[in-house]
Design a protein around this ligand. Structure first.
Ligand SMILES: [Cu+2]
Length: 326
């Protein structure tokens, strides 16, 4: 059976600029916040926008090592759990059952979820060497051997009750995000229709509307990944880890500490996506203030600084850095 495609009403909600930007910015902030190369002005700008990461909840420390005792992994599990709940509500409103979840990660040769082939990565904003390295990374992560030597091993580790008993929920979330979730995104990503320019922190809501269409569902970009049918299968699998963990540890009600879902909606109030905006408001934390109340403009100096800092901040960059092939 082909991966399930949601009704257009649901896909329209997911394709709204509001939801796209929220998902992208949420991942972006967590990627850059603790990086010593991220300029302090950038952090200040995010604070002013209401998008500061709650204190001490960087997924990685300044050296890029995963942090297991600061609940950052809870943020990851919690935020995506809210996305699933929102989508399940939209599906119910359209008369459809909740998202379908992968009970286990599809093996090589799975006829329902074949791994799309690697392609020659050709981001016009990257150097030829960089594109070649990303192409090698795609070949590496999509190979059967990657599943057999790495992904399956990690799946077994993360679902083993003995391990789940030893891990806090935050540690589990962080391990899941960076050892298997990012890799699943890239393994099941298909060649995109084009290469979207990265987030412009100076004007987050800007960007060519061609990237907002229903057909922009590239799994390797947090701006579009949730439009891709695979997103819900793989995040369903991740979300089930939470239940498995709770079960194994006899936890009946999870007392979430890491519950950061991002800041206010930064899309212009004139956005036509009125309904999704209402839904998204439920995700915004202390989000009463809108950008209009806080006319923040970073100026060209910060924009140039952010560009030149060249930190890994996108899903492709982070996963390539972590997974190799070296
Ligand atoms: Cu995400």
């Amino acid at each position: 059976m082909a991966p399930r495609v949601f009704p257009e009403s649901v896909r329209r909600m997911q394709a709204s600029k509001s939801m796209r930007l929220r998902h992208e910015l949420w991942h972006y902030v967590r990627a850059v916040w603790g990086n010593p190369r991220f300029p302090e002005q950038g952090r200040q700008l995010l604070r002013e926008l209401g998008w500061a990461l709650p204190g001490g909840r960087e997924p990685m420390d300044a050296n890029g090592s995963l942090q297991f005792d600061n609940r950052a992994g809870e943020d990851f599990l919690y935020m995506h759990r809210q996305m699933i709940a929102m989508t399940d509500r939209a599906l119910a409103a359209a008369g459809e059952p909740p998202i379908t979840r992968w009970p286990s990660i599809p093996e090589p040769g799975d006829s329902d979820f074949p791994v799309p082939p690697a392609w020659a990565y050709a981001d016009p904003a990257a150097s030829p060497q960089d594109n070649a390295a990303t192409t090698r990374f795609l070949q590496f992560i999509k190979a059967d051997a990657y599943y057999e030597r790495t992904m399956r091993v990690r799946e077994r580790f993360l679902t083993d009750p003995a391990n789940l008993r030893r891990l806090s929920l935050g540690a589990l979330g962080n391990l899941a995000e960076f050892t298997i979730h990012n890799a699943m995104h890239m393994r099941w990503a298909a060649e995109p229709k084009g290469y979207r320019p990265p987030l412009d922190l100076g004007d987050p809501a800007s960007g060519d509307p061609i990237w907002d269409g229903l057909d922009h569902d590239y799994l390797g970009d947090t701006y579009s990944s949730h439009l891709n049918p695979h997103f819900w299968y793989l995040h369903g699998w991740i979300d089930d880890l939470v239940e498995l963990w709770a079960d194994v540890n006899g936890v009946r009600t999870i007392d979430w500490v890491g519950d950061w879902t991002g800041g206010p909606d930064l899309t212009a109030p004139t956005e036509p996506a009125a309904e999704p905006a209402v839904e998204m408001a439920a995700l915004a934390t202390a989000a009463a203030a809108s950008v209009a109340d806080r006319p923040v403009r970073p100026g060209p100096a910060l924009a140039a600084l952010l560009r030149s800092s060249a930190m890994p901040s996108t899903l492709v960059e982070i996963t390539r850095l972590q997974e190799g092939p070296g």
